[in-house]
Design a protein around this ligand. Structure first.
Ligand SMILES: [Zn+2]
Length: 380
């Protein structure tokens, strides 16, 4: 049985953020809480958004960590409750949006947060979850149209919280907010979008609409990412990359794969603190090689969408793109120590993305993938 679900009201274009006061009113939110991070504040985006609102919001939480944590979710929830808020506006990349989803949950459901972790807990999350408006400021995570949030729990696990009730009620996608995003972040978030599109396209679940969106998004990211990296003020490149990020988010309800299964536990490391999309970019070629014999005609369809020759080596092409946009060569170059291998492999085996990888994985497979991504073996 196919399950296909598209729900979020999306406004997409330069200037979309100006619709925020209308969106707040349309959802009946009287006392919004803003959730963001210090980078967005320093970039002046928070100030610009505060200036759009008719009155100062009763709560602003700007301390979202790069990989959102249970402790941050609790601190933000305390602020939400103290401000007697009745809705959330998340401004930022995937981290503030995911953190706001956790606040939407914790503020309206009995804790602790860990009760609601994993796909099995989905029925425990009800429609009383606080309404959320998402204003993405990067182009990649797709969290603005996703029903899941990834949060690092106190026990060190990075787990997914999933419910249609956590889906933002409205997404204001304003590509102009990404003008000037630094090249490293543009490359990392853009490759996250590309990886979402590729992994979900390869997922064995049946969802042809999601596959069509994913193929289009992969082609769009492939075509525009270099331009966005090298010309940060190019409005069309920013528009295209934000659309690719959105498309990845719309499509990945079909499930992701081994790249994300590995990058989730890597993202739970406190040292080094890794950028999710950059890690995905590093791992993607390794997983593309691993999956190659298990994807039917899908690599041919991908090559066609990316306008590559049919004899092109997809993994090598992605590796070459990574090099052109400044993505480090391997996990070692990102500062990942070899000593975490066992923890990462165990986390990947338990990850919610593993069952939808096109090739079934054993822990031995994950060990080899980790070693290859680490840089211990010459890429084949
Ligand atoms: Zn991702």
């Amino acid at each position: 049985m196919a399950t296909i679900q598209y729900l979020t009201h999306i406004d997409f274009d330069g200037g979309a953020v100006d619709l925020l006061p209308d969106a707040i009113q349309a959802l009946g939110i009287q006392r919004p809480m803003l959730v963001t991070d210090r980078g967005i504040e320093a970039a002046g985006i928070l100030g610009r958004i505060l200036a759009l609102l008719p009155s100062p919001p009763p709560a602003v939480f700007a301390d979202t960590p790069p990989n959102p944590t249970e402790a941050a979710a609790e601190a933000a929830t305390a602020q939400y409750l103290a401000g007697r808020c009745d809705g959330l506006v998340a401004i930022g990349g995937g981290s503030p949006i995911d953190l706001a989803k956790a606040v939407a949950l914790l503020a309206t459901h009995e804790g602790p947060l860990s009760r609601y972790a994993g796909m099995a807990a989905l029925p425990l999350i009800g429609p009383q979850a606080a309404p959320l408006i998402a204003v993405p400021t990067t182009a990649g995570t797709g969290s603005e149209v996703g029903r899941g949030a990834l949060i690092c729990l106190r026990d060190g696990r990075k787990l997914v919280f999933v419910s249609p009730h956590l889906l933002p009620k409205r997404a204001l996608c304003d590509p102009d907010l990404t003008l000037g995003m630094p090249p490293g972040l543009t490359a990392g978030t853009g490759m996250d979008a590309f990886t979402h599109c590729v992994e979900t396209f390869l997922s064995p679940r049946i969802n042809p609409p999601a596959e069509a969106i994913a193929l289009d998004g992969a082609a769009r990211a492939w075509r525009w990412i270099e331009r966005a990296v090298t010309h940060p003020q190019d409005r069309q490149a920013r528009w295209e990359m934000m659309m690719a990020g959105l498309q990845g988010g719309l499509a990945f309800q079909k499930g992701l794969g081994a790249v994300h299964a590995l990058s989730h536990p890597l993202g739970a490391l406190t040292e080094p603190s890794l950028h999710h999309g950059t890690v995905n970019a590093v791992i993607l070629p390794v997983v593309l090689r691993f999956n190659a014999e298990h994807v039917g005609s899908k690599y041919a369809r991908l090559r066609q969408a990316l306008e590559l020759d049919q004899d092109a080596d997809l993994a090598a092409e992605v590796g070459a793109l990574n090099a052109r946009i400044g993505i480090p060569a391997d996990l070692r170059a990102l500062g990942v120590p070899m000593s975490v291998a066992d923890v990462i492999v165990a986390g990947a085996m338990a990850d919610h993305s593993t069952p939808t990888n096109p090739r079934p994985l054993t822990s031995g497979d994950f060990s080899r993938l980790f070693m290859e991504a680490f840089g211990s073996e010459a890429p084949g």
